[in-house]
Ligand binder design. Structure first.
Ligand SMILES: Cc1cc2nc3c(=O)[nH]c(=O)nc-3n(C[C@H](O)[C@H](O)[C@H](O)COP(=O)(O)O)c2cc1C
Length: 337
């Protein structure tokens, strides 16, 4: 039977968090708590996605989703990425890493679509864009529900035309990447309330809201108003999350006083704790996703190994200081108080 949010005992959605945060054990713990969690399929190979799906199922979860990045409609600007590579060279030397050559990359989307369809994953969500009606239809026929993340009313219209079942409306306070379809656009700054109204004016699809909702009060404001509430930052310090110890410490460190949107790490705007890398390179990073992501990957890995939060992408929403700690089930129950 097709997945429905109405079947959940807890109408919360654990956001997909790429980079190792959304582990199968987090997704399974969220399902046990009566909510739905997402594996983050972005950046992974198709076989890694298949293994993670198997791991979630082996932990007893049946209601879960997989998030995929819909590839950009045009190749990244590789000459701009080359110039950024030159700018990063001293940082690479300091960290003892060799920067790769930037290249085009479609994130193995076709192979991953094959996996989620074959596995009849209950929900497939898309970020950075939506596929056409042909792909959405193929997923529907495989038994998947299809959700799309949008950051504006015009994106909601595009997603609606593709035949998706639900819109995840992402506001400007969200941690991690803004889902904005056009990588050249600065992401909209309209607050979540105004954005939901604008989306409702153009679409009848059910809505899950997300972005900056980390306390029971912030979640409670939306209960009964929308189909569900998606939280990311609220689960960053959950026991089952794959968040590294350095990242967890940074979330509690009073030295970090703000979040900011930056293209410095991936070439697409994302919100994280403002740190040294962002300050040094934020103004100079080109809109060249995923080439910039490829370039900074070894730098971020080295910083993490060196236990240095100043060189890592510390994605977090604006309400990060309220992020609870403990088992995921307790965090979700706390948000529903
Ligand atoms: C560490 C981290 C990684 C994220 N990775 C993804 C991702 O892979 N795919 C996606 O659609 N959204 C991703 N997001 C964004 C979330 O889906 C969601 O929009 C955001 O977490 C909501 O804001 P909040 O963090 O304030 O709750 C990520 C967010 C964080 C904090």
């Amino acid at each position: 039977m097709a997945f429905s949010l109405d079947d959940l005992t807890c109408p919360l959605v654990a956001a997909p968090m790429a980079g190792g945060v959304s582990t199968p054990s987090l997704v399974a713990a969220v399902a046990r708590a009566g909510a739905i969690g997402f594996l983050a399929g972005g950046y992974l190979s198709a076989s890694q996605v298949r293994d993670d799906i198997a791991a979630v199922r082996s932990l007893g979860a049946s209601a879960f989703g997989v998030n995929l990045f819909w590839p950009p409609g045009r190749p990244a600007d590789l000459s701009a990425a080359q110039a950024y590579r030159t700018l990063l060279a001293p940082e690479a030397e300091r960290r003892g890493v060799i920067l790769p050559q930037p290249h085009d990359d479609d994130d193995a989307i076709e192979a991953k679509l094959g996996v989620v369809a074959e596995e009849a994953v209950p929900v497939v969500s898309f970020t950075f864009g939506v596929p056409g009606a042909d792909v959405v239809g193929r997923l529907h026929r495989a038994g998947c529900r299809v959700w799309a993340t949008v950051t504006s009313a015009s994106e909601a219209v595009i997603a609606g035309r593709s035949g998706v079942d639900l819109l995840i409306v992402q506001g400007p306070d969200a941690g991690g990447h803004r889902a904005t379809f056009d990588p050249d656009l600065a992401p909209p700054t309209q607050d979540l309330g105004a954005l939901v109204e604008a989306v409702r004016a153009v679409s009848d699809l059910p809505i899950v809201v997300t972005g900056g909702l980390t306390t029971p009060e912030q979640v409670g404001r939306w209960r009964g108003q929308v189909a569900g509430v998606q939280v990311g930052t609220a689960l960053l310090d959950a026991e089952e999350a794959g968040t590294s110890p350095t990242y967890r410490r940074a979330l509690r460190d009073p030295e970090f006083t703000s979040t900011e949107l930056t293209r410095a790490f991936s070439g697409r705007y994302a919100r994280g704790l403002r740190n040294g890398f962002m300050t040094a390179f934020g103004d100079q990073a080109p809109a060249a996703y995923p080439a910039v992501h490829q370039l900074t990957a070894p730098l971020r890995r080295a910083a993490s190994t060196q236990d240095d939060p100043e060189g890592m992408s510390l994605w977090a929403g604006t309400s990060w200081t309220a992020a609870p700690t403990g088992p995921a089930a307790r965090i979700l129950a706390g948000l529903m108080r």
